[in-house]
Design a protein around this ligand. Structure first.
Ligand SMILES: O=C(CO)[C@H](O)[C@H](O)COP(=O)(O)O
Length: 234
């Protein structure tokens, strides 16, 4: 199975969680895009659902393929969010934000009763950090914020190169909210919770890509088929 076929297979498996009348969070990225396309086929066949997109890119795709959209403010919470991830660990912690949509993704996931993550086997890690951690920062004072991130990382036992993400056309990448992204190459995140707690205390940090306690199910597509991992109830 090609990498793209695995993404499609994971997205197709997530359709099993969708029920008529649901309000859905629609993730961002190439795997989540497959979910939006496959969901559109169900909508065309009569499924009644409404989606809240986590990025302008996902909103554009959903409109193109015919998935009805609403906003988070127009509904009283979401039933289910289906989104991709850059990494997941055995405790269902995630790194997200490779596509730069981490802020809206986290807001939407936080307002959902359930988050199903669609991935392939390349995203499974014993410990988070091989994928650079995206940290969304305000443009104002971005360099000072980067220094504060380095200090917070040091205090919590993490170190590595911190770089502003570049836009494809040059200059700094900006998110849908007009913020910058710092990509933090920590390689090994030994204490995700301590790092997350330290990052949110920095004034210029808008949000970080550590998703701790959000995912309840991870669907993993591999060359041998689909595996579904369910987080044990507390
Ligand atoms: O967090 C994300 C976007 O901000 C994506 O879910 C993550 O980057 C995975 O993307 P893909 O499915 O293309 O590998």
């Amino acid at each position: 199975m090609s990498a793209d076929a695995m993404k499609r297979a994971a997205a197709a498996a997530a359709l099993d969680f969708v029920e008529p009348g649901m309000r859905l969070g629609l993730g961002t990225g190439s795997t989540a895009a497959w979910f939006v396309r496959l969901l559109a086929e169900k909508v065309t066949a009569g499924l009644d659902v409404v989606g809240v997109p986590t990025s302008e890119a996902t909103a554009t795709l959903a409109r193109e393929v015919g998935v009805p959209l609403t906003s988070l403010d127009a509904v009283a919470g979401l039933d289910l969010t289906v989104d991709g991830a850059d990494e997941f660990d055995p405790d269902f912690n995630l790194i997200k934000g490779g596509g730069g949509a981490l802020l809206r993704e986290k807001i939407v996931a936080a307002d959902s009763r359930r988050m199903v993550v669609i991935t392939d086997e390349s995203k499974a890690v014993a410990r988070l950090g091989a994928f650079p951690l995206p940290i969304e920062v305000t443009s104002f004072g971005a360099v000072a914020t980067l220094r504060a991130i380095a200090e917070a990382a040091r205090r919590t036992g993490h170190a590595g190169a911190l770089t502003f993400r570049a836009a494809p056309g040059g200059g700094r990448f900006t998110t849908d909210q007009g913020n910058a992204i710092v990509d933090a190459s920590f390689r090994q995140i030994s204490d995700p919770q301590a790092l997350a707690d330290a990052l949110v205390r920095i004034p210029g940090v808008v949000e970080h890509g550590l998703f701790i306690g959000y995912a309840s199910t991870v669907i993993v597509a591999g060359r041998d088929g689909i595996r579904r991992l369910d987080k044990p109830a507390n």
